[in-house]
Ligand binder design. Structure first.
Ligand SMILES: Cc1ncc(COP(=O)(O)O)c(C=O)c1O
Length: 480
């Protein structure tokens, strides 16, 4: 089997071989480990020529043995045509797919079939958010299987559903814990989960005391990107004699939070690791800029921005147990960054028109819809529904800002062109073949951004087979 590193592409990476004991220090031991270890490692290679998989370990065995994990660079000792090689030793099983005897699995096999949305009874109140239990379960198991296939831990972000029922379903199919943004959300989710990650800089004494209280009974981790946050977390944890986990937030291209300079990131990690009441659990990032169409160079850049910090930490003997990334658009391609061992998608549970227009989900994968009533039909081409910005949110579509404020299932050619708080104005094109609705008709709307829409509802209705149960949006409106 030949692995081809694109010639003259300086930072080309390719998968080379399967087993390596990064801790082995002498060549004989390492060679034995290479063939006997059950754990599987991916090795990235940077080269400027074609590399023979069979020969690579022998050629570079010497410096592989010397370095432990992390990047190892050097020239081939046996030939001149491979001038420079870098190895990255990272536990993963993804590249098993490329080995003989392991049939490739499609990571994003996207079996999507229509599930029936039974219309609620005529007296069902509108506007109301209705969630299809069958589609939820399918979305959950699809993401969980992907993670299982790629040895990734799934720690879903609960910002999308804010519901204990949905959190329980995520945990039941295999989530290792939950992610939240707010302390209030952490308090709610801790009712069903002992391991909660607050992926948001917990700054301010109004947050810290509550986090520390939670930390006494639960495994709590917090994502931070500043020394100030680390110091105040340490103080809060010390004052309640508890230990709080910390993941240092690294900037990887989205340019929101996250330490940008690797040197500062390393210093912050070292500081956290030195604190008595803080437990350095690894690093997090938010790759929100990575779209499904991203090519290899984007993924390599993403990998490298994490590697710059992780390598240094490992060489300073600071273990990095968790490398947490992922948001829904890139979640099912997370195996393209071999450093990740955890992902935190949120929207995947319900999906929305953002995901549909991004090409990540189909309309049939959208598990949450707003049921609305037509309250006025001012002219043949326009009708008004009782779902306005108070229900749908004013979020425009992230791919096509001009596509309106959601998708009307019964009128695919219609556009929700304007929202007031209580009014949704829907316009049909002049030549629309659709028969306009009448006052009193009900329509389904798939919102652009479901997380925000969910946060606007006190409760939602769970459609399960033929039953419709009203459930609270338990963690809605948690500002702190
Ligand atoms: C830090 C963090 N992690 C994970 C997520 C989940 O991303 P998505 O909703 O795209 O799945 C978000 C969403 O905003 C986030 O801010």
């Amino acid at each position: 089997m030949k692995l081809v590193c694109p010639i003259q592409i300086r930072d080309a990476h390719c998968r080379v071989d399967r087993v390596l004991d990064g801790s082995a220090r002498d060549p004989t031991q390492a060679r034995r480990a290479l063939t006997t270890l059950p754990r599987i490692y991916r090795i990235f290679v940077t080269a400027d020529t074609v590399v023979q998989r069979s020969g690579i370990l022998d050629r570079f065995g010497i410096f592989l043995c010397c370095g432990g994990t992390g990047w190892h660079a050097g020239n081939c000792t046996h030939c001149t045509h491979v001038r420079r090689v870098q190895f990255r030793l990272t536990p993963t099983i993804d590249f098993v797919q490329s080995l003989p005897g392991f049939p490739p699995k499609a990571p994003d096999s996207h079996e999507s079939y229509r599930m029936e949305w039974l219309p609620p009874p005529d007296d069902h109140p509108t506007p109301s958010l209705i969630v299809h239990g069958g589609i939820v379960d399918r979305n959950l198991s699809r993401m969980q299987s992907y993670c299982n296939d790629h040895s990734l831990n799934l720690r879903p972000h609960t910002k999308t559903h804010k519901s204990l029922e949905m959190a329980k379903r995520q945990l039941a199919v295999g989530a290792v814990g939950l992610t939240v943004a707010k302390v209030g959300e952490a308090e709610i989710m801790s009712r069903v989960c002992s391991d909660v990650f607050i992926a948001y800089p917990a700054v301010g004494s109004h947050r810290l005391a509550r986090i520390a209280t939670l930390g006494k009974s639960h495994r709590i981790s917090i994502g931070i990107d500043s020394l100030a946050a680390a110091k105040s977390l340490q103080d809060a944890a010390a004052s309640q004699s508890c230990k709080l986990g910390v993941l240092v937030d690294l900037e990887v291209g989205f340019f929101r939070t996250g330490v940008e300079d690797p040197k500062n990131a390393i210093a912050l990690c070292e500081f956290v690791a030195s604190q008595k009441n803080l437990d350095f659990r690894g690093v997090m990032c938010f790759p929100g800029h990575i779209l499904p169409s991203a090519d290899d160079s984007v993924w390599y850049a993403y990998t490298d921005s994490l590697a710059k910090v992780i390598d240094q930490l490992q060489s300073r003997s600071i273990p990095v147990p968790i490398v947490s990334g992922g948001s829904t658009p890139s979640a099912m391609q997370s195996h393209r960054n071999p450093l990740l061992n955890e992902i935190r998608p949120g929207t995947y549970i319900y999906n929305d028109m953002n995901e549909v227009r991004l090409g990540v989900a189909t309309l049939d994968d959208c598990a949450a819809r707003v049921l609305a009533t037509v309250v006025s039909t001012p002219n043949r081409n326009k009708f008004i529904v009782d779902a306005g910005s108070k229900t749908l949110s004013s979020d425009r579509n992230c791919v096509d800002a001009d596509s309106g404020f959601g998708y009307v299932v019964e009128f695919p050619d219609a556009k929700i062109s304007r929202l007031s708080e209580e009014h949704g104005e829907v316009v049909l094109p002049e030549a629309s073949p659709s028969k306009p609705p009448r006052v009193g008709d009900r329509i389904w709307i798939i919102p652009n951004h479901i997380c925000v829409s969910v946060n606007l509802q006190n409760s939602f209705y769970l459609l399960e087979q033929e039953t419709l149960d009203q459930l609270p949006v338990d963690a809605r409106g948690m500002l702190v």
